[in-house]
Design a protein around this ligand. Structure first.
Ligand code: FMN
Ligand code: ATP
Length: 302
């Protein structure tokens, strides 16, 4: 996959099938658009492109994660910073300069509510109006729904904030996850009987509600089950540093310094400030039982 973080460096001269939007989470609605772009590109022997506006704020997927998700799916991805120039570009100019002259779009795929250009004046009606002028085909897809509500990145964020991670995962079509390098904790966990891997989220990564989650953890390419806590460990620290900590079932190695991925599968309980470390340990023992039971119910060996 070709990857660009600046529209001006795009040099392709082939005709393309393009889908556009913020694509913050690559949820099931986004995936429908991406599948369509791939299908059209194959049919017409043209390149498939995902053009995403990088809003440069807190997001569900980091740019790196979004790139990784699309790596094997499309020919090209452009994460275009939402600069003043882009924000203030009139919609007609966006169609002519970006879609037609730069990307050579011959198919454009968007959802019914796609808006673009200065003041968000551009929409599917404007795109349809110029289709004949610039000889592109416009494909507008209906919004993918979940229990009567349109799937959106906003819906995913609300679900994660509420601890409804299982619903978030349904909306996404994959499990919400975070990655990072395992760092040293205070090594208190191992004296309590549950050694943990500590990972800090990327700076702009949105984290789910503080609390305990049944997790799947990828270490050195292998998947494990575990139980994790997202939060600031108020019982044992006062630094308020946000971390994910996981006790990985059956892992015996030394993971310090390794890059791991933690998938959030089910919410157990909110993070709590306990009166003593003894009370915390008693609760974590129950959390471990919750985690094991969750995966056993799914017939996963833990
Ligand atoms: C499943 C699980 C649940 C946890 N729940 C809490 C909690 O509710 N409150 C809290 O202050 N810390 C919680 N922690 C964090 C522990 O305080 C922390 O893992 C322990 O103190 C070891 O920290 P260390 O890695 O710095 O040694 C939890 C950790 C795990 C693995
Ligand atoms: N549920 C959906 N089904 C089909 N297409 C969708 C769906 N949601 C968004 N799209 C389309 O995907 C593209 C990117 O959408 P975008 O990421 O900008 O919005 P969103 O997912 O609704 O997120 P947000 O809540 O941040 O507005 C747009 O063309 C949009 O119309």
């Amino acid at each position: 996959m070709q990857y660009y973080t600046d529209i001006n460096s795009y040099q392709g001269d082939k005709k393309t099938a393009v889908t556009l939007g913020k694509f913050d989470s690559l949820h099931r609605g986004h995936q429908k658009l991406i599948s369509k772009v791939r299908e059209l590109a194959l049919e017409e022997h043209i390149e498939s492109i995902v053009f995403s506006f990088d809003m440069q704020r807190k997001s569900l997927l980091t740019n790196e994660e979004r790139k990784r998700h699309l790596e094997q799916q499309v020919d090209c991805m452009i994460q275009c910073p939402f600069t003043k120039e882009i924000r203030e570009m009139e919609a007609e100019a966006f169609i002519e300069n970006i879609l037609v002259k730069t990307l050579h779009a011959s198919c454009i795929v968007v959802g019914t509510d796609f808006h673009f250009g200065h003041g968000k004046r551009g929409d599917i009606h404007m795109l349809a109006q110029y289709a004949g002028v610039y000889h592109y085909r416009l494909v507008v897809l209906e919004k993918e729904m979940y229990e009567g509500r349109e799937i959106s990145s906003t819906f995913v964020k609300e679900s994660l904030e509420a601890g409804e991670v299982e619903r978030a995962n349904e909306l996404l079509g994959y499990s919400y996850h975070m990655s990072g390098i395992v760092e040293h904790g205070r090594r208190l966990g191992r004296t309590l009987g549950f050694p943990t891997m500590n990972v800090a989220p990327a700076e702009r990564k949105i984290m789910p509600r503080f609390g305990v989650y049944a997790c799947r953890v990828q270490i050195d390419g292998e998947w494990y089950c575990g139980i994790g806590n997202v939060g600031i460990k108020p019982t044992v620290t006062e630094t308020h540093r946000l971390l994910t900590e996981v006790f990985v079932f059956g892992y015996k190695g030394d993971a310090y310094g390794k890059m791991i991925t933690v998938e959030f599968c089910a919410f157990g309980r909110p993070e709590t400030r306990f009166a003593s470390v003894g009370e915390l340990k008693a609760q974590v023992d129950q959390d471990i039982a919750f985690g094991r039971a969750f995966f056993q119910k799914k017939c996963v060996e833990v």
